[in-house]
Design a protein around this ligand. Structure first.
Ligand SMILES: NC(=O)c1ccc[n+]([C@@H]2O[C@H](COP(=O)([O-])OP(=O)(O)OC[C@H]3O[C@@H](n4cnc5c(N)ncnc54)[C@H](O)[C@@H]3O)[C@@H](O)[C@H]2O)c1
Length: 325
């Protein structure tokens, strides 16, 4: 692949998805313009196993967890975990601040009840748990609001965004409430990560001494976001897509970190051009892990198709590499 190909904002998978749709349009005998192709957001392409993923799901009991879904922004993420299709879930209510998005989410999930904001939704006594897919910088505030109203809570990406104080606040609120907090890190659901976890748990890797996890999400222009939170986003404010490749395999944690930022040539990743005053598009972190191993990862300004990569080494010098979609 030449550098022009690599610089394309379409990934190979995104291109295949789109060209497949165009082939289908051509085969139907209709002009392709009649089959408008939705632009594919880099890093958010559908995988081969995605369509109809929930077909065949069976209930595990008579109990239905009563859930509220919040946030139907650029990535329409709150509908993407298919709560609405799960036989043990009732989607009680949905919300987005933008009325059109809220209505679209209600339609997509077949939910009759809507609220104009998360702050209103969390007052609904019928709701037991809330899935928060709002803008990442507000996750901690929204988590705290849900916990305060006695709801279990899950967030799309980390509940905290560059603030250790917020992390402490969320941690304290979870402990005090006795409720559950979960983060739905999508890397943890990837087939390759899952396979590596199974191998690790079966002692196939031995004692880990080193791992690498990388997340490439080239954004010459940031994709859309509520109040522009993706413009100049510091990569390590959003670290879990790469870190999951160690944490979700080993089940451990990181205990120490040292990080190196690489100044970027990309416009929105210049300190003067973003609200974070962030000059870095690549931030490489080196972690000490609770198993005594080393791990590193993450960048947002390396051209190429979107990817996650991991390599493991154990004391027998076995090294294995896998690549995410
Ligand atoms: N692979 C992944 O894990 C992955 C992929 C895509 C998105 N995400 C995450 O999903 C989340 C949503 O992403 P997005 O691109 O849709 O974000 P976005 O910024 O485009 O949209 C956020 C939405 O939240 C709504 N919102 C904000 N505050 C609200 C409130 N108080 N009450 C109700 N609604 C409120 C806004 O109106 C907006 O529609 C982000 O955290 C993002 O990082 C994760």
């Amino acid at each position: 692949m030449n550098s022009l190909d690599q610089a394309s904002t379409l990934s190979r998978r995104g291109f295949l998805c789109q060209s497949g749709a165009l082939v289908a349009a051509a085969a139907s005998g209709l002009p392709s313009a009649a089959h408008a192709v939705e632009p594919v957001i880099p890093g958010f392409e559908k995988t081969a196993v995605d369509p109809d993923v929930s077909k065949g799901w069976q209930p595990i009991s008579d109990r239905k967890i009563r859930v509220g879904l919040v946030g139907y922004g650029e990535c329409k993420f709150s509908a993407k975990f298919y709560f609405q299709n799960h036989p043990n879930v009732e989607v009680v209510a949905v919300s987005d601040l933008i009325p059109e998005r809220c209505a679209e989410l209600a339609k997509e999930t077949g939910c009759a009840k809507t609220y104009p904001s998360l702050e209103e939704l969390v007052k609904d006594d019928k709701i037991e748990a809330v899935f928060i897919c709002t803008d990442a910088p507000h996750h901690s505030e929204h988590c705290l609001a849900a916990l305060k109203h006695g709801k279990h809570v899950a967030t799309a990406v980390p509940a905290v965004f560059g603030s250790l104080e917020d992390a402490e606040r969320v941690f304290a609120a979870v402990r005090k409430s006795g409720l559950k907090y979960m983060m739905f890190e999508t890397s943890a659901f990837h087939e390759d990560l899952f396979a590596m976890r199974q191998i690790y748990r079966a002692s196939g890797l031995g004692e880990l001494v080193y791992s690498e996890g990388e997340y490439y999400h080239y954004m010459a222009q940031p994709i859309g976001s509520y109040k522009g939170w993706r413009i100049g986003l510091p990569p390590q404010y959003y670290p879990t897509h790469s870190n999951a490749y160690h944490i979700c395999v080993s089940g451990g944690s990181f205990t120490e970190v040292s990080c190196l930022g690489m100044p970027s040539v990309i416009g929105h990743l210049q300190a003067a051009n973003n609200p974070y005053q962030n000059p870095f598009g690549t931030e490489i972190a080196l972690f000490r892990t609770s198993e005594g191993a080393r791990a590193h990862g993450g960048e947002l300004d390396t051209p190429g198709f979107w990817a996650k990569r991991v390599a493991f080494a154990d004391k027998k010098a076995l090294s294995t590499e896998i690549r995410g979609p």
